[in-house]
Write a protein that binds this ligand. Structure first.
Ligand code: FE2
Length: 259
């Protein structure tokens, strides 16, 4: 199982404070059945201020952590990329090894309260350079909560939608939870990630969210989501996943005439 979005390197962003905490998080992830994590360090987020986001430095931090995992017999593969805070400079980031994934995708987060102007123009520009934006946790943005139809619009433009597992579980409150389930039910999305930050409340909660989806809908949806995470790592475009039991009006009418 691949966890697509998380912060596990000690002291590089607002993730774990110590390597012991990183190991504790990854041990927990491993027990839950996670075998690969895509570490998504915050990039150009205001809270990063003077933090070091040099690719070589972070690659070295990953290797240090991998050596510790080996010592503790924790078998998890770490992929390194960034969660890029949206600024109209994405075209300048397509050559940065840290801010791209599979030489094809850029994970982008917005401010939760400010809808940026002209972001679509910037997204089109990177699409023309053969990169696809992955929009991180849209369910947590006020402008999405106010008008969910933007998800349809984004999907039609081939932007990829990534929800946080914690949103579905309720870690961000009832409103975000309701919004995220509406997205699963009616609009569809492509990826689910823990967005783990620590070994307390924001840990690797992906398996719990998959279990909830499995119980509420069916295991096919979970399999599609798991497969999408693999596709992304191979550089392939993921499929839109949504509740297939949410029948269209045509399906409902047709079922009334079944013998
Ligand atoms: Fe994140």
């Amino acid at each position: 199982m691949i966890d697509f979005h998380n912060h596990i390197l000690p002291n590089v962003d607002d993730g774990p404070k110590t390597i012991e905490e990183s190991i504790s998080m990854l041990k927990y992830a491993s027990i839950k059945g996670i075998t690969e994590v895509v570490q998504t360090v915050h990039f150009q987020h205001p809270k990063m201020d003077s933090k070091n986001v040099d690719y070589k430095f972070l690659r070295n931090e990953v290797e240090k952590l991998e050596r510790q995992l080996f010592k503790h017999n924790i078998k998890i593969k770490i992929h390194l990329t960034a969660e890029v805070f949206y600024l109209p400079n994405l075209t300048k980031l397509v050559n940065n090894k840290l801010t791209t994934l599979s030489n094809k995708f850029i994970l982008v987060e917005f401010s939760s309260s400010i809808f940026p102007r002209n972001y679509e123009e910037e997204f089109y520009k990177i699409q023309n350079m053969n990169f696809t934006p992955i929009i991180a946790h849209p369910e947590r943005y006020r402008f999405v909560q106010n008008d969910l139809s933007i998800i349809n619009d984004w999907v039609s433009k081939d932007f990829i939608i990534q929800l946080d597992a914690g949103s579905l579980i309720g870690h961000f409150g009832k409103k975000v939870q309701d919004i995220s389930w509406r997205i699963v039910d009616k609009y569809g999305f492509h990826l689910l990630g823990s967005d783990a930050h620590n070994n307390r409340k924001r840990n690797f909660c992906l398996p719990e969210a998959y279990n909830m989806i499995d119980k509420k809908y069916n295991s096919d949806i979970v399999l599609e989501l798991k497969n999408n995470a693999s596709l992304i790592l191979k550089g392939d475009f993921p499929l839109l996943v949504k509740n297939k039991h949410n029948n269209s009006l045509y399906d409902i009418i047709k079922s009334k005439f079944r013998y």
